[in-house]
Design a protein around this ligand. Structure first.
Ligand SMILES: Cc1cc2nc3c(=O)[nH]c(=O)nc-3n(C[C@H](O)[C@H](O)[C@H](O)COP(=O)(O)OP(=O)(O)OC[C@H]3O[C@@H](n4cnc5c(N)ncnc54)[C@H](O)[C@@H]3O)c2cc1C
Length: 485
C-alpha cells in the first residue's frame, strides 16, 4: 500500500497475508523471491541497477550472448541445485572439463600455451609441470599440518620449494608453473599471497566437471524473475528492523515496509557500508562482514571478424610471474562465434580497471599479439568492471589468510526478521552461481517459517505453499544437454 504524500509503500496487507522485501535481483535474490511468491507471500524486489541478474550479466551487443559475469556451471551433475532448472529449460552446456578440481576447469586436451616470444610450449612440458604443481600443492598440506597459524598459499609453496629442490623449475618450466598458479589465482579471483593455506580447499566441489552455458545464463535468470514485482534503479540505503516489520529505504527517499527482508547484496557492498542497518547489526555479524575477503576477476571479450587462432578451447601465455601470464577462453569452440575472452584476476584485474575501456581492451589484444603476430584487430569489445562497480565492489569471496571459513555461515545467520543470502553466505559452494541460488532458497524457507510463526495461528493463513524450484523441479527430471562428453 502506498501512503499518499508520505512516500511509504506498505506491502503488508490488512488481511493475513505475509510480505517480504528482497534486496538484490541476482541468483540469490530471485531464488528467494520466486520461492516466497510461490509460498503466497507478497514480494517486492528492490534492485539498484537498471537490469536484473547481478553478477549474471549476459550481454547481447555482439549480436549473440556473451557472459561478462558467471559463465560456467561448476558441477555438471544432478546434485547441482541448479541442474533441474537448467535441464528443464533445455539449455545446452559445453563441458570444458570432467574434473572436479579447482585447478582444472579445462581438461588439458584442447589448448595452446605460448611463451612471450610466441613459441608454443610443448604439450608434454605443460602436462609434466601440471603434475609438478599438483605435487607441490600436496606438499603444502604437510606445511598446513605443521603450522597451526595460517599463511598464504604463496608462502607455503615457497617453503615446499625450499625443502624440495627437485620440484623447483627453471626457464620455460618455471614460467609454465607460474601459469598454473595464475589459473589458481583466477579461480579465487585474488593473488596467491592472499589465499589461505588453511582453507583454500574447503569448498565442496560437485562432481561432473565444469560446463559452459552455451546460450549464457540470462534465460535462467529470466525464468526465475517471471511474474515477480521487481523495482529497478531502487538502490537501498537503509534497513530498519522493528518488532514485527522491516522498513527499507531507497536512494530516492521512498520507504518500503514488510514483515521481513532478505538481504542479498554482494559482500563488497556490505563491506563498504553502503547500507545502514538500524539498529546496528550485532558485533559478530559486523565482524563477519569486515573479515570476509572478496576478490576481483574481470572479462574482456574481444569480437573478431574471423577466427585466426588455433582451434583449441583456451590459449595461454606463460611468463616469469603470474602477473605476466594470460588466459583466453575461445568461445568459438563452444559457441561458434569468433570471440576470445581474456580473464585477468587479482592485482592485474584491479590495475586494468583503472584504465579506460579502450586502453584495457588494447592491453588484452596486445597479449594476443605477443603470441599471434598476425592477429587482426577486434571489431568490438566488451569489458566488466566488477571491482569498481558500486553494485558489486568485487567479483566473489574467497578464504583470506588468517580468516575462519565459518565467516560465510556467520554472514548467513538471520538477525531478527532480516535474512541473508548470496554467494558469500554459502559455506559449501562459496563464490558460485549454484551456491547463491541455494542460499536464496534456504533464506526463503527460514523467512517463511519465521513470518508464519509471528502470525501465530498458522491454520488461518491461506497458504498455497509449493516446495519450490530445486525440489519441485527435481520431480520433473530432465537430463542436462552436454556436449564434449
Ligand atoms: C567475472 C565473474 C565470473 C564468474 N564465473 C562464475 C562461473 O563461471 N560459475 C559460477 O558458478 N560462478 C561464477 N561467478 C560467481 C557468480 O557470478 C556469483 O557467485 C553469483 O552470481 C552471485 O549471486 P548473488 O545473488 O549472491 O549476488 P549478485 O548476483 O551480485 O546479486 C546481488 C544484487 O544486489 C544488487 N545490489 C547491490 N547493492 C544494492 C543496493 N544497495 N540496493 C539494491 N540492490 C543492490 C546488485 O545490483 C545485484 O543485482 C563469477 C563471478 C564473476 C564476477
Amino acid at each position: 500500500m502506498e501512503k499518499q504524500g508520505s512516500h511509504v509503500s506498505n506491502i503488508r496487507r490488512k488481511s493475513l497475508s505475509p510480505s517480504v522485501i528482497v534486496i538484490g535481483s541476482g541468483f540469490a535474490g530471485l531464488a528467494a523471491a520466486h520461492a516466497l511468491k510461490n509460498a503466497s507471500f507478497k514480494v517486492v524486489v528492490l534492485e539498484s541497477r537498471d537490469r536484473i541478474g547481478g553478477r549474471i550479466c549476459t550481454d547481447f551487443s555482439f549480436g549473440f550472448p556473451v557472459d561478462l559475469g558467471a559463465s560456467w556451471l561448476h558441477g555438471v551433475c544432478e546434485e547441482n541445485p541448479l541442474a533441474p532448472l537448467i535441464g528443464r529449460l533445455g539449455l545446452p552446456l559445453y563441458r570444458t572439463s570432467g574434473d572436479d578440481s579447482v585447478l582444472y576447469d579445462h581438461d588439458l586436451e584442447s589448448y595452446a600455451l605460448f611463451d612471450t616470444n610466441g613459441h608454443q610450449v610443448p604439450p608434454e612440458l605443460v602436462q609434466k609441470i601440471g603434475e609438478v604443481f599438483e605435487t607441490i600443492l600436496k606438499e603444502t598440506d604437510k606445511i598446513r599440518k605443521e603450522n597451526s597459524k595460517d599463511m598464504s598459499i604463496a608462502k607455503a609453496i615457497a617453503i615446499v620449494l625450499e625443502r624440495n629442490p627437485h620440484l623447483r623449475q627453471e626457464g620455460l618450466a618455471h614460467d609454465v608453473l607460474q601459469w598454473y598458479l595464475c589459473r589458481m589465482e583466477g579461480w579465487f579471483a585474488t593473488d596467491a599471497e592472499t589465499i589461505s593455506l588453511q582453507s583454500w580447499d574447503k569448498e565442496v566441489l560437485l562432481p561432473g566437471g565444469h560446463g559452459l552455458m552455451v546460450r549464457g545464463y540470462r534465460p535462467v535468470i529470466n525464468t526465475l524473475a517471471k511474474g515477480i514485482d521487481i523495482r529497478l534503479r531502487h538502490r537501498v540505503t537503509q534497513v530498519v528492523r522493528n518488532n514485527n516489520s522491516v522498513e527499507v529505504m531507497v536512494e530516492s527517499g521512498k520507504t518500503f515496509v514488510a514483515d521481513a527482508a532478505v538481504v542479498t547484496v554482494p559482500v563488497g557492498v556490505l563491506k563498504a557500508n553502503a547500507i545502514t542497518f538500524v539498529p546496528r547489526l550485532p558485533d559478530w555479524k559486523e565482524e563477519a562482514i569486515r573479515d570476509l575477503s572478496v576478490g576481483t576477476e574481470n572479462k574482456i571479450a574481444l569480437h573478431f571478424e574471423r577466427v585466426f587462432w588455433p582451434n583449441v578451447e583456451f590459449i595461454g601465455v606463460v611468463s616469469s610471474t603470474t602477473y605476466g601470464c594470460s588466459y583466453f577462453l575461445n568461445l568459438h569452440k563452444a559457441t561458434g562465434y569468433p570471440v576470445l575472452v581474456y580473464m585477468p584476476a587479482g592485482q592485474l584485474a584491479h590495475d586494468l580497471e583503472k584504465l579506460s575501456d579502450e586502453a584495457a581492451a588494447k592491453f588484452a589484444f596486445s597479449q594476443l599479439q605477443k603470441i599471434l603476430p598476425d592477429a587482426c584487430e577486434p571489431i568490438q569489445y566488451l569489458l566488466s568492471h566488477w571491482g569498481t562497480d558500486e553494485s558489486s565492489l568485487g567479483s566473489y569471496t574467497y578464504d583470506g589468510v588468517g580468516k575462519s571459513h565459518d565467516l560465510f555461515e556467520k554472514l548467513r545467520i538471520p538477525v531478527d526478521n532480516l535474512f541473508f543470502a548470496g554467494e558469500a553466505t554459502c559455506i559449501k559452494y562459496t563464490g558460485t552461481v549454484h551456491g547463491a541460488f541455494s542460499t536464496g532458497l534456504k533464506a526463503a524457507e527460514e523467512c517463511r517459517m519465521r513470518v508464519l510463526e509471528r502470525y501465530g495461528d498458522l491454520s488461518k493463513l491461506e497458504m498455497t505453499f509449493h516446495p519450490v524450484t530445486a525440489e519441485e523441479a527435481a520431480s520433473v527430471s530432465v537430463p542436462l544437454l552436454i556436449s564434449r562428453l
